[in-house]
Design a protein around this ligand. Structure first.
Ligand code: BG6
Length: 509
């Protein structure tokens, strides 16, 4: 199969991919669409097999058909770079088969082994297996244990075995450590690919390019020139059909130690010695390990909120407590704002403010960097507004791009300052909006490149930062939960968090 001319990348080598949780939502919404995109980009090998594993009773045909319509819809939506391409889908569909299996039963793994050996013979997959755990997190340990017992995870020279684990990886520091311990007893760290899909986003990967491939920004990227950093991950969606999951998770666990801290790490890390996976991941872990909650501890520096009914655009939406599978008096947070420091040589004293929430005014993931102002305002008499605020805005999604805001003289006889903006948009330069993000990640696993995956120390460092907050909430109860109307900017207490420092959030608009 010829390789994708646009990317210059080569197709992955022969392999079989097993999806545990093949009938689930993640498989439909993300994994199979990403495989379809990889097929269109001609990055899957000819010698490829896709085996769906789940409890439900399906034939190969049923499983393929259940995905065809969905992939067609996906391909015709904005999320796909490629219009529906029947040849590409047929290529993938002809390599798909389904097996009914029980994650907890050793005999299912015996059957899976026979199926994989069959694929090696008929589809020449070369004994290379990728196991994708798109299952509830309580099964992660069980599946890895069964893969070990059946020796499906045993590598031999020339045959790799890799395991992709979805989030949530643990529910707190202790459970994440226990899970690491459990799986690393069976397989080596090198075989484990812990996914954080934010790392598949082009704009997140670009943070490293932007910082380390341009000489311009690095001299400014420190406590001398930066006043503070705001990281925003705002969503307009509510909890959708995930009420049950969300009730035991909440916004902090769902978004901060993983996605939020990935954005932080990419923004604040030191330059790695190379783009080698271990070098990059070591620098990222160091940043998160340096996070300190500011004076006053978790109590003064964390705000949690929950959405009540409101309007998103023209649509009236219910409050969190009225969502399906949510308790009518649920104390679970759907919003968190968190102020902290990165206590190292580069960042000492620079506050980082991180917020995330559901049902906010707009979908917006952005890193906003505010630079320090000029030492004193010249032309005081003439300038009608204060000195220009200089902001660098890195738009992760949507409207992917980077903007720089600064002041310029308004044309005319007076020395008047106006705020202006230089704006780079991905769409304008590269003619493309990035796709689901899973493509790169799946391709990287097939290629054996773990750079964009979380190592055990990355995951545990994230949990270690939020653990005092979880402990405090568990101890104090939900008395400090703040309500905010759906479609708003979030709770007023989050504004106060910055106002106390003489700062303000950039509006989510
Ligand atoms: C997931 C969270 O990991 O990320 C969801 O579980 C959240 O609650 C989602 O909605 C956000 O991802 P994206 O790519 O839409 O920003």
């Amino acid at each position: 199969m010829p390789h994708d001319k646009d990317s210059g990348a080569q197709p992955a080598g022969p392999c079989a991919l097993v999806i545990f949780g093949a009938a689930g939502d993640l498989t439909k919404r993300l994994v199979v669409p990403a495989l379809y995109n990889l097929t269109c980009a001609q990055l899957l090998p000819e010698e490829f097999a896709l085996i769906g594993f789940d409890l439900a009773d399906h034939s190969d045909e049923d499983w393929r058909n259940s995905l065809t319509e969905m992939v067609e819809q996906f391909a015709n939506s904005d999320g796909s770079k490629y219009a529906f391409n029947r040849d590409a889908w047929n290529f993938l569909a002809s390599r798909m088969s389904y097996m009914k299996g029980d994650l907890t039963k050793p005999e299912s793994y015996g059957q899976l082994k026979s199926k994989l050996e069959e694929a090696d013979k008929t589809q020449h997959t070369g004994g290379n297996y990728l196991f994708y755990l798109a299952v509830a997190d309580r099964f992660f340990g069980t599946v890895v244990e069964q893969l070990g017992k059946s020796c499906l995870s045993c590598e031999k020279p020339g045959h790799w075995r890799r395991i992709v684990i979805e989030k949530p990886f643990g529910h707190d520091l202790q459970s994440a450590q226990a899970l690491d311990h459990e799986i690393l007893d069976i397989v080596s760290e090198r075989q484990i690919y812990r996914i954080d899909h934010f790392l598949g986003k082009e704009t997140v990967q670009n943070l490293m390019m932007f910082r380390f491939a341009n000489g311009l920004f690095e001299p400014l990227w420190n406590r001398d020139r930066i006043d503070h950093v705001q990281i925003t991950v705002a969503e307009t969606v509510g909890v959708e059909k995930r009420g049950r999951f969300y009730e035991s998770t909440g916004a902090l666990r769902d978004m901060i130690p993983n996605h939020g801290f990935q954005l932080l790490a990419m923004t604040a890390m030191e330059a790695p010695n190379s783009f080698d996976a271990n070098d990059v991941r070591a620098e990222k872990a160091k940043v998160v390990e340096a996070v300190r909650v500011c004076d006053g501890g978790a109590k003064c520096n964390v705000v949690r909120g929950q959405y009540s009914a409101g309007k998103i655009g023209d649509e009236q939406v219910p409050g969190y407590r009225q969502e399906p599978d949510v308790a009518p008096n649920s104390p679970v947070e759907t919003y968190v704002a968190f102020k902290f420091l990165v206590d190292n040589w580069r960042w000492s004293g620079v506050p980082f403010y991180l917020r995330t929430g559901k049902r906010l005014a707009r979908k917006k993931t952005q890193i906003a960097i505010k630079f320090k102002g000029v030492p004193c305002a010249l032309m005081r008499e003439e300038v009608s507004s204060g000195p220009a605020p200089n902001w660098l805005l890195i738009r992760i999604q949507p409207d992917e791009g980077i903007a720089l805001e600064f002041g310029a003289k308004v044309p005319g006889p007076r020395m008047k300052l106006g705020d202006v903006r230089m704006d780079f948009k991905y769409q304008d330069y590269f003619g493309t909006a990035p796709a689901t993000g899973y493509e790169t990640l799946l391709y990287d696993v097939m290629m054996g490149d773990p750079t964009l995956f979380q190592r055990a120390d990355n995951i545990e460092a994230g949990w270690a930062v939020v653990q005092p907050v979880l402990d405090m909430w568990a101890k104090n109860g939900p008395g400090d939960l703040q309500f905010y109307a759906a479609g708003s900017q979030g709770p007023a207490a989050a504004d106060e968090l910055l106002a106390r420092d003489g700062r303000a959030w950039r509006p989510i608009n």
